[in-house]
Design a protein around this ligand. Structure first.
Ligand SMILES: N[C@@H](CCC(=O)N[C@@H](CS)C(=O)NCC(=O)O)C(=O)O
Length: 198
């Protein structure tokens, strides 16, 4: 397998973490986002959206971190990481949508502003970030994992940008159930970190 990657990307880290938890071998291909390598003709052949991560597994090319997690879980993870019964699968998928929308547009957006000087409505991003953290904290006050009483790709998909929240000047201090969940993920066998996650 080959992962087109940028080290500071939380979306790429979801995939690196999943590959490690599944103990899968792969090659990393560095895509220099700062130099615009993701917009070259060659890369756009892989992902017309011009974004990392992209995973290639033999003849299969997958873009979008959530889609890649679904692929890895189904292809290599058995029932553990993405269960196939209708209720459990829909519960896991809900969190994939939440991370791609609510987390990306709030917590991840604030981080982009401070780390890469991206101009955006910071007040709105931070306000939405605290709303979503409150929802996670309440949800995790009653369970250890987001769904299914065990780690699934729901947890892996939501983890990086929440753990990276302090880089967007969003404090996790008021969310003890979220920080306990972060620590449980860090304790998983095969866990790997990335720059910005302590
Ligand atoms: N929905 C996509 C978003 C991917 C994304 O935003 N990738 C960023 C890095 S985290 C990127 O490649 N940005 C460069 C660009 O948009 O030009 C996913 O989950 O993979």
């Amino acid at each position: 397998m080959k992962l087109y990657d940028f080290p500071l990307s939380g979306n790429c880290h979801k995939v690196r973490l999943m590959l490690s938890l599944l103990q899968l071998d792969y090659d990393l291909v560095f895509v220099n986002l700062k130099e615009g390598e993701q917009k070259t003709a060659a890369f756009l052949q892989l992902n017309p959206l011009g974004q990392v991560p992209v995973l290639i597994d033999e003849e299969v090319v997958i873009c979008d971190s959530q889609a890649i997690l679904v692929y890895l879980a189904r292809r290599y993870g058995g029932e553990q990481w993405l269960p196939t019964d209708a209720k459990s699968m829909s519960q896991v998928m809900k969190w994939l949508s939440i991370t791609a929308n609510n987390i990306q547009n709030s917590i991840a957006a604030a981080r982009l502003h401070f780390l890469f000087n991206i101009q955006l409505d910071l007040d709105l991003a931070q306000q939405k970030a605290y709303q979503i953290l409150q929802i996670f904290n309440e949800h995790l006050s009653r369970r250890e994992w987001l769904e299914c009483s065990r780690p699934t790709i729901a947890d892996i998909a939501c983890f990086p940008y929440i753990a990276l929240a302090p880089q967007g000047k969003i404090s996790l201090d008021a969310y003890p159930h979220v920080t306990a969940w972060i620590n449980r993920i860090k304790d998983l066998p095969g866990y790997i970190s990335m720059p910005g996650i302590g």
